[in-house]
Design a protein around this ligand. Structure first.
Ligand SMILES: Nc1ncnc2c1ncn2[C@@H]1O[C@H](COP(=O)(O)OP(=O)(O)OP(=O)(O)O)[C@@H](O)[C@H]1O
Ligand SMILES: [Mg+2]
Length: 279
C-alpha cells in the first residue's frame, strides 16, 4: 500500500518567533520532491518540525502519515513510523561509533516494540548488511568504527547520513542540503545511494537544495518553492531551471505578502549595524 505524508496549514515558531506560516505539502511513497528557497526561508525549520525537534513549536496545522497524527509523537516514534531526516548540520557524538549507533537505530526502527536494553539485531546479520551497504556507497569499512561525525569531513558526514538512510529504509526521507560541501563526484555517489534506496523501498524523498546539480541525479517530479515561510510555487523540473537562471526576484515580485514576511525573517538574522562603528 502506498503511504502518504501530509502537511496541512503548518505554522511553526522558534522561540516565539513565527517562521513557517501555513505550509501545505503532500508526499506519496515512491515520489521525489524538491524543496528550494532562499537562505532563511524556513526549509530546515520545516524538516526539524517534521522530525519533532523540541525547539520548533507547531502552533497550527497538522502532519499526518497515513492516518496517524505525527505532531504528538516523540522523534524516535516518528522514526519508527517511517520518517527519516538527513540533517544539514549532523550532530557530533563522541564516544559512540557510527556502527554502534546504527545497530541501535536500526534495531529500534525495525522492531518498534523493542524496549531499551532488549535484543539488538544479531551482530552477524547486522555486520553483513552494514558491510554490503558500505561497499555500495564506496565507504571504507574502518569508517563504522569512528565516533559519529567526530572529525568527519563534510563529505564523510553526508555519506554517513546516506548510510543511515540505507540501513533504516524509511517510508519517507527528508534530505536537507545533502549536496552541500560535496565535491562533484561525491554528489553523484551520494545521489546514486539515495536513488538505490528509494527504488528498493519505494521511499518518498524530499530533497532540500539550493542547486540544480543534485537534481540532475535525484530527479524530482515535483518542485516547490518555500518563501516567507510558505510554499508559494509548485511546479516540475522546469522550476529548478528557472530559479537557477533567474534567482528569486520574480518570486518576490509575484508574492509581495510572502516577500514582506521573508524580509522580516531576514532582518532577524542580520546583526543590526552598530551606529558609529568604524568599518
Ligand atoms: N534554533 C533556532 N533558533 C533561532 N532561530 C532559528 C532557529 N532555527 C531557525 N531559526 C530562524 O528561522 C529562520 C529560518 O531558518 P531555516 O534554517 O529554517 O532556513 P533555511 O531555509 O533552512 O535556510 P538555509 O538555506 O540557509 O539553510 C531564520 O530566520 C533562522 O534564523
Ligand atoms: Mg537550511
Amino acid at each position: 500500500m502506498s503511504r502518504v505524508l501530509k502537511i496541512e496549514g503548518l505554522h511553526v515558531s522558534v522561540e516565539g518567533k513565527p517562521i513557517l506560516r501555513g505550509v501545505d505539502l503532500t508526499l506519496r511513497q515512491g515520489e521525489v520532491h524538491a524543496l528550494m528557497g532562499p537562505n532563511g526561508s524556513g526549509k530546515s525549520t520545516l524538516s526539524y518540525a517534521l522530525m519533532g525537534h523540541p525547539r520548533y513549536e507547531i502552533t497550527a496545522g497538522t502532519v499526518t502519515l497515513d492516518s496517524q497524527d505525527l505532531t504528538e509523537l516523540e522523534p524516535e516514534e516518528r522514526a519508527k513510523a517511517g520518517l527519516f531526516l538527513a540533517f544539514q548540520y549532523p550532530t557530533v557524538i563522541p564516544g559512540v561509533s557510527l556502527g554502534n549507533f546504527l545497530r541501535h537505530a536500526v534495531s529500534n526502527v525495525r522492531r518498534p516494540d523493542r524496549k531499551e536494553g532488549e535484543d539488538l539485531l544479531p551482530m552477524r546479520d547486522f555486520r553483513k548488511e552494514l558491510r554490503a551497504q558500505m561497499d555500495e556507497l564506496g565507504v571504507d569499512q574502518e569508517f563504522a568504527r569512528r565516533y559519529l561525525n567526530d572529525g568527519f569531513s563534510g563529505g564523510e558526514k553526508k555519506r554517513a547520513e546516506i548510510l543511515q538512510l540505507a540501513m533504516l529504509r524509511p517510508a519517507f526521507a527528508i534530505l536537507d542540503e545533502t549536496d552541500s560541501g560535496l565535491d562533484i563526484d561525491a554528489v553523484r555517489i551520494v545521489s546514486e545511494g539515495v536513488n538505490r534506496v528509494a527504488a528498493r523501498h519505494q521511499t518518498g524523498v524530499l530533497v532540500i537544495t539550493h542547486y540544480e546539480r543534485i537534481l540532475t541525479y535525484i530527479k524530482p517530479e515535483f518542485v516547490h518553492v518555500l518563501f516567507g515561510g510558505r510554499i508559494v510555487e509548485h511546479g516540475g523540473p522546469e522550476l529548478v531551471k528557472l530559479l537557477e537562471s533567474q534567482g528569486y526576484d520574480w518570486v518576490r515580485e509575484k508574492h509581495p505578502e510572502a516577500a514582506q514576511d521573508e524580509d522580516e525573517m531576514e532582518a532577524a538574522v542580520r546583526p543590526p549595524q552598530v551606529a558609529g562603528k568604524a568599518s
